[in-house]
Design a protein around this ligand. Structure first.
Ligand code: G1P
Length: 243
């Protein structure tokens, strides 16, 4: 299983914080934001990790993370010249993925959940994760039937059919590369991860697991603040505030 952290984009919603560096390098309590998704992958046993970055501050990621030696892992890097969508990660990462399966996590998605079992038990198709939220219209939204089978997945629907948001970690088999190549850009000009999920869903190859624990998509001032507050409290509770 390979890992990808997608840390592209311009993060205009977080200006001026993101005028001089990438969103994924901003502090979340005592660590740069990207450490959280990185630790999520490492905790699940993934050691071979590609970091996909926007061009502007790519050097900052290299300075921070290096070869991966300090993390007992191996890091590779690719530049995504334009924010072409989440599904573009599988095209940018094609050579890195090779013939393997891949887990992709968004560089601004912060979880307090252990994905080890979900990754270890993955065999084929796609496996994504959902969590109940109060503002599902901001996300990919999954609708279930009474047996908890997936009925539909819609990207940022105006009238969400449920409160279950698809969170920013995705496990796919190697077919994801071909699926990504087959996509056309959506109305916002991006190739959408939701379209990938719908390809797997139509083939009856998509599983959705519910997660608990905190999940923040730290792309707004409020969610960034919430993530900082959560991890500050947790670090203090665990007595680790001084590192
Ligand atoms: C993206 C996905 C969306 C998903 C969300 C999770 O949204 O398109 O399906 O629910 O990440 O953070 P974006 O961050 O591009 O608005």
């Amino acid at each position: 299983m390979k890992g990808i952290i997608l840390a592209g984009g311009r993060a205009t919603r977080l200006r001026p914080l993101t005028k001089i560096t990438s969103k994924q390098l901003l502090p979340v309590y005592n660590k740069p934001m990207i450490f959280y998704p990185l630790e999520t992958l490492l905790r699940a046993g993934i050691r071979d990790i590609l970091i996909i970055m926007a061009p502007d501050y790519a050097g900052h990621f290299l300075n921070l993370l290096g070869s991966g030696k300090d993390f007992n892992a191996r890091f590779s890097y690719e530049i995504q010249d334009e924010p072409r969508g989440l599904a573009d990660a599988f095209k940018v990462g094609e050579n890195f993925i090779g013939d393997d399966n891949v887990t992709m996590i968004l560089g601004d998605n912060i979880f307090d959940y252990d994905f080890t079992e979900s990754i270890a038990s993955f065999e084929r198709g796609g496996k994504v994760f959902a969590k109940e939220v109060h503002d599902p219209e901001r996300f990919g939204v999954v609708e279930f039937d009474e047996q908890k089978n997936v009925v539909s997945i819609e990207e940022k629907p105006e009238s969400p059919k449920s409160r279950f948001a698809v969170v920013g970690i995705y496990i796919y088999d190697n077919n994801v590369i071909e699926h990504a190549k087959s996509l056309q850009p959506s109305a916002r000009g991006e190739i959408e991860i939701t379209d990938i999920n719908n390809i797997y869903h139509e083939k009856n190859e998509l599983k959705v697991e519910l997660i608990d624990g905190i999940w923040e998509d730290a792309g707004t001032f409020d969610s960034l603040l919430a993530a900082n507050n959560y991890w500050a409290k947790k670090a203090k509770e665990e007595g680790g505030q001084n590192g």
